[in-house]
Design a protein around this ligand. Structure first.
Ligand SMILES: [Zn+2]
Length: 316
């Protein structure tokens, strides 16, 4: 089976989402180079260790309607500039960073969200949202890995900073399933200059190589992982992992950050598998694109007419 289908396709089929699958696998449009399409045109190497269906997508998952699923392809031309969108206010305290752990699907850096230590407000948000965790999604090669795409362009990886609405809800668990419960900042990663602050995290990764491993992180301010330019797109979406709750206000940064090739390679040295289990490399842990349906993507900036926006630095 195609490796990139394993992280969502079967799940979709089994939960009444066959129409989404049809759209996702329908005739190609635009310049999309999503790996599922790449994979559908080229047989993946036999014996590839990531052919199997990841357990994350094998069990029953809760999908509350399926009208605002994520990720999506952001079409710059169709996004609507909204001059009322304010800059996003980001206030992170390095001391609230707790630990990093290998969830068996990705690695996650968790924060103390018992108090208003780290959070965001402004932008498209009407409330203050506390930082709960951040994590990445990435591919087995630089040609794919991000969950969202921009005009069909895929990045090698994507950072998600996950926040919950601490004004409306008492805790993360209730916010996940609540209206306006979550706000996730998405940041694309491209290969380029070494990212000095990311290196601190990269240095820790060997300690969480296997599923279930967890280590203390020490102080870490994730605002260093945000791009210099804070222009963004925003839309109403969902979590991209089960339970796929449609409670997320997405804030996708237009400008990617740069990381060195060996920093990205360190992500790919992690394992989905626990000690003693068959070795299973942690790559391609992204969900395939979902249909936009009846949604509008708003931008905090005015799109450049005609040619691609040069500040986006599309991957080649
Ligand atoms: Zn994510």
């Amino acid at each position: 089976m195609l490796r990139t289908t394993v992280l969502g396709r079967s799940h979709l089929k089994s939960s009444g989402f066959s129409f989404l699958v049809k759209q996702m696998w329908g005739p190609p449009s635009g310049h999309a180079v999503r790996p599922e399409r790449w994979c559908s045109q080229h047989s993946c190497a036999p014996g590839d260790e990531n052919h199997a269906l990841h357990p994350l997508w094998t069990g029953p998952v809760s999908v509350p309607g399926g009208t605002r699923q994520s990720p999506i392809n952001i079409r710059g031309r169709d996004s609507v500039y909204d001059p009322r969108l304010r800059p996003l206010r980001v206030s992170y305290a390095a001391a609230s960073c707790l630990n990093v752990w290998n969830t068996g699907y990705l690695f996650q850096v968790e924060f103390d969200d018992a108090a208003e230590g780290s959070g965001i407000s402004g932008g498209p948000l009407e409330n203050h949202y506390r930082l709960r965790q951040f994590h990445f999604h990435w591919g087995s090669a630089n040609e794919w890995g991000s969950e969202h795409t921009v005009d069909g362009r895929v990045y090698p990886a994507e950072l998600h900073l996950v926040h919950w609405n601490s004004v409306k809800y008492p805790n993360y668990k209730e916010a996940v399933v609540g209206e306006n419960g979550l706000a996730v900042i998405g940041v694309f990663l491209k290969v380029g200059a070494r990212h000095p602050t990311l290196q601190k995290l990269v240095d820790i990764l060997p300690a969480v190589k296997h599923k279930g491993a967890q280590v203390a992180m020490g102080p870490f301010d994730p605002s260093c992982l945000l791009p210099t330019c804070r222009d963004y797109w925003t839309y109403a979406g969902s979590l991209t992992t089960p339970p796929l709750s449609e409670s997320v206000t997405w804030v996708i940064q237009k400008q990617p950050i740069e990381v060195a090739q060996d920093q990205l390679s360190a992500f790919r040295s992690l394992l989905f598998s626990a000690p003693g289990e068959e070795r299973w490399t942690m790559v391609n842990n992204y969900r395939p694109l979902q249909p936009l349906m009846n949604r509008e993507v708003r931008s905090s900036f005015q799109a450049t007419e005609g040619a691609q926006d040069p500040s986006i630095n599309y991957p080649q």
